[in-house]
Ligand binder design. Structure first.
Ligand code: PMP
Length: 470
């Protein structure tokens, strides 16, 4: 019997087909949460479901939609590309589109990051960085941070700081060691002991719960890595391309990584694109001979269509084109709107017994939910409360927001942190709408009892409807 066989009158036909042929557990989980929607249209900061309801998007495809959905200037460029009859994948000569993108990325990232190793995803771009580090240094070990997220292929999983995602696939690469994020003495000790090829780190741990490092951590980590002959690979897959208020976050931190990993928004949300940027010196060391020139790469990496999309995306971000008449400084907007979002959330949620912290940078903001010492139940039953907070609170708030016409999700590895990550086109009235909705929802839930009652009645209704997708 179908998992969707009851009460699915309004379900989009793709729901059943997706459950049957792609991912049944995902569809079931959406049913359990009451998060069932099929989104069929997207434009700018808005999404529409198949019944025509409009939603304000504060998820941005986990950071892939910095330009907003289907940005008109990008769409126009891609249409134009399709009329050019350019060879998309060829690999028997230098690609003009890959060359143009690599040059633009080099100018945007600044010296010495003048070379691009292209990829089709963040995981693949991370893999490119790891392989380069081994090939260029002749060393084998890697360091990474607890709580870090770098992708799901076997290379990236080897340096994945989320054990739940890693463990089913072990054993992974040997000699990979996790260290605490933000701890320089432990980093130095590990660098000395292991002599690793690379230290892989995110500037902000996004999926790990929007965790910011201490001031100057990244800059000092880079200095330590240099001292010990280890490459610092900075994973800006989620923070990059304007999200944190500068094109790349390291540019506001006064250092340059040895390798910069990009993906997600690089393809403007329309094409899968990734890249590991690095110095000419490292590329020559790793792949600079005729025996080694083809040791890294794949059929579609650096494909012309993806490169054209990425180049236009970069130009739009640099020009500040907001898709409307007149121009907007998109990256400056990320900084201003992000500050407003954090300030308003802090103001409206101050002293709330379920809110531990509001933190973020630019338009990567987290609201950490969970036990504070301000609630009665939290003092009486802290273990129960911690369990509820960890597994339920963030998803519950996401469902409530969906009912207010807002799409947002908890960090994928820390469900008690609601992540707010809208596109860089977002305007002040949107920010006020979302903060107002969060404050209004949470105003009725100042302790565990009403919250558990609401969760129980929702789960009960979903159970009674056969976990229907609605
Ligand atoms: N690095 C970071 C920081 C990410 O957030 C992600 C995806 N969430 C990845 C790498 C992996 O990217 P992809 O899903 O495109 O493989």
């Amino acid at each position: 019997m179908s998992i969707l066989s009851r009460n699915t009158a309004a379900a989009h036909p793709a729901t059943e087909t997706y459950a049957r042929h792609v991912n049944p557990a995902f569809v079931r989980l959406l049913g359990v949460f009451g998060y069932g929607r099929v989104f069929v249209r997207a434009r700018g900061v808005s999404l529409w479901d198949h019944e025509g309801r409009e939603y304000l998007d504060f998820l941005s495809g986990f950071g892939s939609v910095n330009l907003g959905y289907n940005h008109p200037r990008l769409v126009a460029r891609l249409r134009e590309f399709l009329l050019e009859d350019a060879p998309n994948v060829l690999h028997v000569g230098p690609s003009p589109h890959a060359a143009a993108l690599a040059e633009a990325l080099s100018q945007a990232a600044g010296p010495p990051l003048s070379m691009s190793l292209f990829a089709n995803s963040g995981s693949e771009a991370v893999e490119g960085g790891l392989k380069l580090a081994r090939a260029a240094t002749g060393r084998t070990a890697f360091l990474y941070c607890n709580g870090g997220f770098h992708g799901t292929n076997l290379g990236a999983l080897s340096v994945m700081g989320a054990p739940r995602l890693r463990q089913p696939f072990e054993p992974l690469l040997p000699q990979c060691e996790a260290i605490p994020f933000g701890d320089l003495p432990v980093l130095e000790q590990a660098l000395r002991k292991r002599r690793p090829a690379a230290f892989l780190v995110e500037p902000i741990q996004s999926e790990g719960g929007v965790v910011l490092p201490p001031t100057d951590y990244l800059k000092q980590a880079q200095a330590l890595c240099k001292k010990h002959g280890t490459l610092l690979i900075l994973d800006e897959v989620q923070t990059g391309l304007g999200r944190t208020g500068s094109l790349f976050m390291y540019q506001a931190e006064d250092f340059v990584p040895d390798v910069l990993v990009l993906a997600k928004s690089l393809g403007g949300s329309l094409l899968p694109m990734g890249a590991a940027l690095t110095s000419r010196e490292l590329v020559i060391k790793a792949y600079g001979t005729m025996e080694r020139f083809d040791l890294h790469g794949s059929t579609f990496s650096g494909n012309a269509f993806g490169c054209a999309a990425a180049l236009e995306t970069l130009r739009i971000l640099q020009d500040g084109h907001n898709g409307k008449p007149g121009h907007l400084d998109l990256i400056g907007n990320a900084k201003r709107m992000g500050r407003l979002l954090v300030d308003l959330l802090r103001e409206r949620l101050a002293g709330h017994p379920l809110v531990r912290e509001v933190r973020g940078r630019g338009l990567l903001v987290g609201v950490e939910l969970g036990p504070t010492d301000r609630g009665l139940w939290q003092r009486l039953a802290p273990a129960l409360f911690r369990g509820v907070a960890k597994n339920v609170l963030g998803q519950w708030l996401a469902v409530r927001l969906l009912e207010h016409g807002i799409v947002a999700q908890p960090a994928s590895q820390e469900w008690n942190v609601l992540k707010l990550e809208p596109s860089l086109l977002i305007e002040e009235h949107h920010i006020r709408q979302v903060v107002g909705a969060i404050a209004e929802i949470l105003a009725d839930y100042r302790d565990l009892a009403p919250l558990l009652k609401d969760v129980a009645s929702r789960v009960g209704a979903q159970f009674a409807s056969g976990w229907s997708f609605r």
